[in-house]
Ligand binder design. Structure first.
Ligand code: GLU
Length: 549
């Protein structure tokens, strides 16, 4: 292409490639250290799959003594949403992932390869695109949207692969004179990469997670510079991952089909490609069938869901680590008190390479274990922080009753494996503690009797009344239970089957049934935590009132 055409294609002054390379020298990393990145497009949604991928990248970098950075990929300006960067930065911070370089929530750069926002790197990309045009490895394309539409239709009709390749790559063969004529006529070209690939040849790509893949070479002449002067993702990430010294690109599966194009571009630029690892989308079970977690249909696809429900951040991180490496579970058993981030994540041993199943049963069980290990004060603080944002009425109640709430949350805590496991998330706290508050304990007498059916109401009330009269909060658990047993026996509730056999007609039920009477009348439920402790926290006055009520 003549210098005149090149000057017409790139009329603005651009830095030279040598200047750019001098400004951004290669990254110096210790032996074996990895440089990874999260490269969000600012669409305003942070998908749980993005968090999964970010965790892989962050752990890979920081566990190898390397660098994890954040780069904003906003070259598709139509999709950019205000405030989207804050969503990403907040999510990373919330889940304990520290970026060493990149942009902060206000869009401010930090780090030696700034700017880290693609729309601010226009000149850099254009300089490299220009160098490719100069070398004859890229060319201007004047095809209109209608031309491309027509091309697609013809390809469809002929049952051919879609895309700008071979005989369909009309502008590939334009002569200098033809290009000049079009420019003179005022046509605005885009720039396409001139692919050297042949789809009949295969390329071996070693994916970090999927292993060796044998893929057809790419022969599509991808757009590298769009009409708005910004590059396509394909080209932008090649330039950036080169200049920013990324060693390992971990990204979503949707890019797997273009990895051969990307490697081709690296080679054309004379650069060493990074190692690529492609992560399959998270899935969920829907009527017994696996399907992709969808941001449109599944609220849990958006990570905000987990904050709203009040999942402890450690639970989400542990759950994801568990999905990434199945060995996490054994590691956790062997290291119950070690922070999850100390788990040595192994990129070479990714589990669920074909797509991990997002499963709330497992998440909740991990979360229950985590909450069970916290002190009542910690549960209080975390729940209050959650409630302030998502349940303000309950937050007020918590603030007004701090000591009482901590006593409630302390029931059945710190007793090892038997610690209470009823709380998976802060959202579970209000319903679990509501019966401790008279104004929230609204169960009617009839509802309680229904729960106690088929026991006779007179028997129920007799047991309750006698226990109320005998109840002494100073009793330890043994003395408390002796009273339950004694009063139960006096009313025909017996400890064993001997009593039943001796006089079946007089047998009202077991001691457990008698305890159930007390539990239902005091808590409104037949499965509360340790009733002796519940009564103590509730206080004698409330216990007696509820039993006599
Ligand atoms: N901006 C791309 C996306 O959001 C990132 C892909 C990559 O990590 O290279 O899908």
């Amino acid at each position: 292409m003549t210098p005149e055409i090149i000057a017409r294609l790139f009329p603005n002054p651009l830095p030279s490639v040598a200047e750019i390379e001098a400004k951004y020298p290669p990254r110096r990393l210790p032996e074996g250290a990895k440089a990874t990145r999260i490269a969000p497009s600012p669409t305003g949604l942070f998908h749980i799959g993005n968090l999964y991928a970010a965790l892989v990248a962050e752990r890979a970098a920081h566990q190898s003594g390397g660098i994890f950075y954040i780069r904003v990929e906003d070259t598709d300006q139509k999709r950019a949403v205000d405030g989207a960067l804050k969503v990403v930065c907040d999510a990373l911070a919330h889940y304990g992932m520290r970026a060493d370089e990149g942009v902060d929530a206000d869009g401010k750069d930090y780090g030696p390869y700034a700017p880290y926002t693609q729309s601010q790197r226009r000149d850099i990309y254009q300089a490299y695109v220009k160098s490719l045009v100069e070398k004859g490895l890229a060319y201007p394309c004047f095809c209109s949207a209608e031309d491309l539409d027509m091309m697609r239709k013809v390809q469809e009709k002929n049952a051919q692969r879609p895309g700008y390749y071979g005989k369909y790559a009309k502008c590939r063969g334009l002569t200098d004179a033809e290009i000049l004529a079009k420019l003179d006529a005022g046509a605005q070209p885009i720039i396409r990469f001139k692919s050297s690939g042949d789809p009949d040849r295969r390329m071996v790509v070693k994916d970090l997670f999927k292993g060796e893949l044998n893929l057809p070479e790419n022969d599509i002449d991808q757009v590298i510079l769009k009409s708005d002067g910004l590059p396509s993702y394909h080209f932008a990430h090649v330039v950036d991952d080169h200049l920013m010294g990324t060693t390992h690109v971990t990204r979503a599966d949707e890019w797997l089909s273009s990895v051969t194009t990307h490697i081709q571009m690296f080679v054309a630029m004379g650069w060493k490609p990074p190692k690529y690892g492609h992560i399959a989308p998270l899935q969920k079970l829907d009527n017994g069938n696996r399907r992709k977690l969808s941001k449109r249909h599944d609220p849990e696809a958006n990570i905000m869901y987990f904050a709203e429900r009040g999942y402890p951040r450690d639970a989400v991180v542990e759950y994801l680590l568990n999905l990434i490496n199945a060995q996490f579970e054994d590691w956790r058993k062997a290291n119950p008190d070690t922070p999850a981030f100390d788990f040595p994540l192994n990129m070479g041993k990714m589990s669920n390479v074909a797509g991990a199943l997002f499963d709330f049963v497992k998440l909740n069980s991990i979360s229950r274990e985590i909450v069970a290990r916290l002190t009542a004060g910690q549960v209080y603080d975390e729940t209050l922080a959650w409630a302030r944002q998502y349940a303000p009425d309950f937050a007020r109640r918590m603030a007004d009753n701090r000591r009482y709430l901590i006593d409630i949350l302390d029931i059945e805590r710190h007793i090892g494996a038997k610690s209470r496991k009823d709380l998976a998330k802060w959202e579970d706290v209000p319903p679990e503690v509501s019966y401790f508050f008279d104004d929230l304990f609204t169960m009617t007498h009839n509802e309680k009797m229904t729960m106690l059916a088929p026991m006779d109401e007179a028997d129920v009330m007799a047991v309750a009344r006698d226990f109320a009269a005998a109840y002494d909060p100073a009793d330890d658990k043994d003395a408390w239970f002796d009273k339950v047993r004694r009063i139960a026996g006096a009313h025909g509730f017996a400890a064993d089957m001997k009593a039943y056999k001796a006089s079946p007609a007089a047998f009202k039920g077991s001691v457990a049934d008698a305890a159930k009477i007390l539990r239902v009348l005091v808590t409104g439920s037949d499965k509360s935590p340790d009733l002796h402790a519940v009564m103590r926290v509730l206080g004698r006055e409330a216990v007696v009132r509820r039993l006599n009520g």
